[in-house]
Ligand binder design. Sequence first.
Ligand code: IMP
Length: 192
Amino acid sequence: MKLVFATNNEHKLKEVQEILGDQFELMSLADLGCDEEIPETGPTLETNAAEKAWYIYTRYGVNCFADDTGLEVEALDGAPGVYSARYAGPQRDASDNIRKLLMVMDKINNRKARFRTVISLIIDGVETQFEGVVNGTLLDSLNGTAGFGYDPIFQPDGFELSFAQMDLAQKNEISHRGRAISQLVQYLNELK
Ligand code: IMP
């Protein structure tokens, strides 16, 4: 089955392609010829994922899915959450976001945080959502260079490594997006 993943993020495409394997032919927005900035204007991960998937489905008429992820910090009542990409401003810069979060968390002892991913899948005009969560701890300095976003300061529960110190396969096995994608794959396999 051909499926469009509504993202421009090469890291995510690689992560998801690795999980999907060759059962599904994953197409990117570039493969579709779509170079527009897809709007994400909603107040929640659920509304943003749906908005992005419907944007592609209504314009291109292709089966597709979109994801939206947030880093939810317990001591900050779930912030930056849906604003994770833009936490330090519209430039969406990962280093700026990390710097701001470390500053905000400076004197805060409760370092519990989680990544949460919501995926909206649209097949023949019917939408289904999936969720994946990974709990962990916010480190107080950067560790590792792999991955993207907040990976260097997020240590998943049960591990002594940050996400940025893991290889892709290890991260995918336990990550928010890996878990949400596994559910998506299970659902797609049941459809076949
Ligand atoms: P998106 O909805 O997947 O684009 O994620 C929004 C923001 O959350 C990204 O810009 C990153 O800052 C952060 N983020 C999402 N997934 C990850 C991840 O796997 N590791 C680290 N940060 C992530």
